[in-house]
Design a protein around this ligand. Structure first.
Ligand code: ATP
Length: 300
C-alpha cells in the first residue's frame, strides 16, 4: 500500500504540489493527470522517495518511503534515452545493478523482454541508434527488470503506435494481476479511462479531480445524447437543460446539464421522423478534464 498524506512540495518559494492525498493498493492502477507543468513528475519523484516533501508524508507499506525502497520500484521516465551511448544490454545491466540485482538474473530477464517486445536484434546496439519507439520499449523494459512492487510510468504511451500500445497495456495488466501497484500519467485520457480505477487530476499543483473514475463521472452529472433522426436543431437548442448541440458526421450530439433533462429531449425526438438512434452517455473523462481545468483557470 502506498499512501500520500497531505503532501506539499516546494522548489524554493514555488509550491509545485499542494496538499496532495491519495492511496494505491496492490493490484490497483492509478492515473495521475494534469496539463503540462501541473506537477505530475514532481509527484512521481516524491512518491518514489527521490524528493523529500516539504510537508506531509508518503508511506510505503506503513513506513516512510525513501531511497532504500528503490529495489522494489520501477520508474519509466518521460525523457527517453538518458544514456544514449550505452548499448541496450549495458543500459539494462546498469539499471538492474542499481536495483541490487545479480548479473545473470538481469540478463535472463533482459532476453525475455527483448523477445517479448520483438527487439532482440538491438541487444548490442547503442540506444541512440534505436528508433524513438524502440527506445521507449527499452525504457519500459528498464522499469520492469526488477519485477517492481511499485511501477511508476510517466507518459508510457506517448508516441507509440496502436500495436505497441496494446503490447504495453498487456504488460501493465499482467503486472496488475501480480499485485503490483501502478501509477501512471498520460495525456491520452481514453487510455486512462479504459484501465484506471482511480485518478487524481492536478492543475498548477492543486487537486481538481480526485477519486474513482465511476464516482467522478457520476458527480459530473452532465450527459451526452447521440441522435440520428430528422430533428430540428433549433428546437433542440431551446429545450430545458440543453447547453450545447453539435452536428457531427455520425450523429447529432446534444449535451444536457443532467439526466433529469434527458426525458424532455426524448419526448421531442419521439415526435420526429426516421428515428434510428437515441443514445445517452455519461461525459467522458476527457470532457470532464477539459471542463474542470477550464473552471480552475477561470477561478485564478
Ligand atoms: P509535464 O506534463 O510538462 O511533464 P508535469 O506535470 O510533470 O509537466 P512538473 O515537471 O512536475 O510538471 O513541474 C511542476 C512545476 O514545477 C512546473 O511549474 C515546473 O516549472 C516546476 N519545476 C519542476 N522542477 C523544478 C525544479 N527542479 N526547480 C524549480 N521548479 C521546478
Amino acid at each position: 500500500m502506498l499512501e500520500v498524506k497531505d503532501v506539499e512540495l516546494r522548489y524554493g518559494d514555488f509550491i509545485a504540489v499542494h496538499h496532495l492525498n491519495f492511496s494505491i493498493k496492490p493490484g490497483e492502477i492509478f492515473g495521475l493527470l494534469g496539463t503540462n507543468g501541473a506537477g505530475k513528475t514532481t509527484t512521481f519523484r516524491v512518491i518514489m522517495g527521490l524528493l523529500e516533501p516539504t510537508l506531509g508524508e508518503v508511506s510505503y507499506f506503513g513506513e516512510a518511503i525513501g531511497y532504500h525502497n528503490v529495489d522494489e520500484i520501477g520508474y519509466m521516465i518521460e525523457e527517453r534515452s538518458l544514456l544514449p551511448k550505452m548499448t541496450v544490454k549495458e543500459y539494462i545491466l546498469y539499471i538492474g545493478q542499481l536495483k541490487s540485482m545479480d548479473k545473470p538474473l538481469i540478463l535472463e530477464r533482459l532476453d525475455y523482454w527483448l523477445k517479448y517486445f520483438d527487439i532482440e536484434s538491438y541487444r548490442n546496439k547503442k540506444i541512440k541508434e534505436l528508433s524513438k519507439g524502440n527506445q521507449q520499449k527499452v525504457q519500459f523494459l528498464s522499469s520492469l527488470i526488477n519485477n517492481p512492487k511499485l511501477l511508476v510510468l510517466d507518459e508510457p504511451f506517448s508516441g507509440l503506435d496502436p500495436i505497441n500500445t496494446d503490447l504495453f497495456v498487456k504488460v501493465i495488466r499482467d503486472f496488475q494481476e501480480r499485485g503490483t501497484m501502478i501509477v501512471f500519467s498520460s495525456h491520452q485520457l481514453d487510455h486512462v479511462e479504459s484501465f484506471c480505477e482511480k485518478v487524481v487530476v492536478l492543475e498548477k499543483g492543486k487537486v481538481i479531480i480526485d477519486g474513482y473514475i465511476k464516482d467522478v463521472k457520476d458527480d459530473f452529472k452532465k450527459m451526452t445524447i447521440s441522435i440520428d433522426a430528422d430533428v430540428d436543431i433549433d428546437v433542440l437548442k431551446e429545450l430545458d437543460g440543453v447547453y450545447l448541440v453539435n452536428k457531427d458526421s455520425d450523429a447529432i450530439r446534444v449535451k444536457v446539464e443532467s439526466n433529469e433533462y434527458v426525458q424532455g429531449v426524448f419526448d421531442y425526438v419521439k415526435t420526429c421522423e426516421n428515428v434510428m438512434r437515441f443514445e445517452v452517455e455519461q461525459a467522458s473523462l476527457s470532457e470532464i478534464f477539459v471542463a474542470k481545468v477550464g473552471g480552475a483557470r477561470e477561478q485564478v
